[in-house]
Design a binder for this molecule. Structure first.
Ligand code: GLY
Length: 420
């Protein structure tokens, strides 16, 4: 209440003095406490917001042509690529729109966000892969947080129930991929768990808070503990895939699907790893999870192949570095995680590293020219090189985590907790 009142006063002053208070709602809207106050109107956050407000309009136009709602994934061969609802990336664009609302306070973004989010309602029943955590939390989870829409609670809890059907009791993990369809069926796995799966746990933790049912949280903790035990090498780089025996829980193998080699450090895997353990600490206060996030940071930033601009190559062990594609999505995810890790530890190095990444991503080397790049914000990400898919392209999740990192940076610069 205090913050809201103060915000209103500051907003009113800003309206009088500047006419356009960045990040404020002059109407004193109840949800205003979640908006980000960007104090430095010439700073890097404000400049990126100005760019995003214009650039995303191009992408929105492509997604809302006619009466249809389409879900953008990337931009290749001069065309925006759209995906079906059950694709793992389907929630990121809704989330991007919610973040634009959070960054600007402009209801226009909330209206678009709501439309794109509610287009995904059937995902609450999806059980054939684990990615519903990403898909539904980034869309409905952000919508619930910012607009307090009660019906979204039900969707989040239903999704948690669906995700929980993939929990394998004896192994103590959520099975990431099913083994009876797609390219995953050709790898001989029994119960494959990928490091990315850590990102689906935020939804489970939140669903327990909403419903009061500890089942989801217990599953999330069990999965985190197994990942902690089995996914890491001595240097705290992570394997991509760990395969479990469904009866005994024994580890059957450790390998990669999207990295350069089974023993290599796939960049986005390292990003999911630092982000996932930081979130697990947020919900549990378990110091060993915090320590793991710190150990992962140490690996990432001390690897000899981490470039000076802190935007990783797609795999830290790719054979032809520096002649390998960068993966901007990894950089954006790592930056966002580091701001939260900084908040928990107050280690200024983490904040400086995140700031450096944001600076790099805001240069023409990585940020698109206005009106180009299909309306995506950032260039130069990698989907999956082993699958020959989405190499050196914009990706919806790079933009999503970039905006999230900007929100977190702005809050930390204001002395506030980065995650609300
Ligand atoms: N979860 C899939 C990826 O990171 O590419």
């Amino acid at each position: 209440m205090k913050f809201r009142t103060l915000s209103f006063i500051f907003a009113a002053i800003a309206v009088i003095s500047c006419g356009n208070p960045k990040g404020k709602k002059a109407d004193g809207n109840e949800a205003a406490e979640y908006f980000v106050e960007v104090k430095d109107s010439k700073g890097i956050v404000a400049r990126n917001i100005d760019f995003a407000e214009k650039q995303l309009t191009y992408l929105l136009d492509a997604c809302e042509e006619g009466d249809t709602i389409r879900i953008p994934s990337t931009f290749q061969a001069d065309t925006v690529t759209f995906v079906p609802k059950d694709d793992w990336v389907s929630g990121f664009f809704s989330g991007t729109l919610w973040y634009m609302y959070e960054l600007t306070g402009d209801e226009k973004w909330a209206e678009h966000a709501r439309k794109h989010t509610e287009n995904l309602s059937e995902l609450q029943w999806l059980t054939w892969h684990h990615d519903v955590g990403f898909m539904v939390y980034d869309s409905y989870g952000n919508g619930r947080r910012l607009k307090n829409i009660e019906a979204y609670d039900t969707v989040l809890v239903n999704t948690a129930k669906s995700l929980s059907t993939r929990f394998r009791k004896n192994a103590g993990v959520i099975q990431s991929w099913s083994t009876e369809r797609g390219w995953q069926s050709k790898r001989g796995w029994t119960c494959p768990v990928i490091i990315d799966n850590m990102m689906n746990l935020e939804l489970l933790f939140k669903a327990s808070e909403i419903s009061g049912d500890p089942t989801f949280r217990n599953i999330a903790i069990s999965h985190t503990d197994k990942t902690y035990e089995n996914h890491y090498r001595d240097d705290f780089s992570t394997y991509h895939v760990v395969d479990y025996d469904l009866e005994t829980g024994k580890v059957l193998g450790k390998c990669t699907a999207q990295g350069y080699a089974d023993d290599s450090a796939w960049a986005r895997g390292q990003a999911w790893s630092i982000y996932g353990f930081t979130v697990a600490y947020r919900f549990t206060g378990d110091e060993k999870y915090l320590q793991r996030a710190k150990d992962v940071e140490h690996f990432i930033f001390n690897d000899e192949n981490m470039p000076e601009d802190l935007v990783p190559y797609w795999d830290f062990d790719a054979p032809n570095i520096p002649d390998e594609p960068k993966d901007v999505s990894s950089a954006a995810i790592i930056a966002s995680a580091l701001y939260e890790l900084y908040w928990f530890t107050k280690d200024e190095n983490y904040r400086a590293e995140a700031d450096k990444i944001i600076e790099s991503l805001s240069t023409p080397a990585y940020r698109a020219e206005l009106g180009k790049n299909g309306g995506f914000l950032l260039m130069h990400s990698v989907g999956s090189i082993p699958h020959g898919s989405q190499i050196d392209v914009p990706l919806s999740y790079a933009d999503y985590y970039f905006l999230e990192a900007l929100i977190r940076k702005a809050r930390i610069d204001n002395g506030e907790a980065p995650v609300k």
